[in-house]
Design a protein around this ligand. Sequence first.
Ligand SMILES: [Zn+2]
Length: 191
Amino acid sequence: MNLNNEGSKLQVENLDGVCIWEMPIAADLRGRFFKAYVEGSSSSFPVDFLTFEHFFTESKKYVFRGMHFQGSPHSTTKVVSIVKGKAIDFLLDLRKESTTYGKIQIQLLDEIAPVSIYIPAGIAHGYISLTEGTIISYRQDKAFCSNCDSGVSGKIVESYLPIKLIDTIRSDRDKVLKDFANFEYQSKCNL
Ligand SMILES: [Zn+2]
């Protein structure tokens, strides 16, 4: 865990099952090479993960996305990696049986020392971009399901943001997500 500058004021909990690792980097006169994942668990890539979908988000400065997750019966596990820029990443444990239920984990994402975060199913994810054109990579182990796609309002992490949540750039959908206190997940999928 390496939180500097923006990170120093942040309170950090380690959520059960979350794993964060630095990507190996090779730099030369051309630039940098950094490896996001190798199949199978190893010291550099400590989680075994099968990717079904791989996509990227590009975000303007002070875009806030979150707090998103895909729940049962199509709950997904993710690996999120910083590619370009800088962001503060937030995780919220929604697993009622978890010892860290309701807790938040915070991780500074910075292209200078890029990390990947393994996010188990049942943990909501969000972030605020701190630079123009921040690029984040998402790997998911299952297909997107609009009926199981859900989220909690970013208000729960507002005290950790460098600006007010209302001043961030958000989607219409994210603006109307319910507060954690009033949130109850329900899938629209037929079981
Ligand atoms: Zn579904």
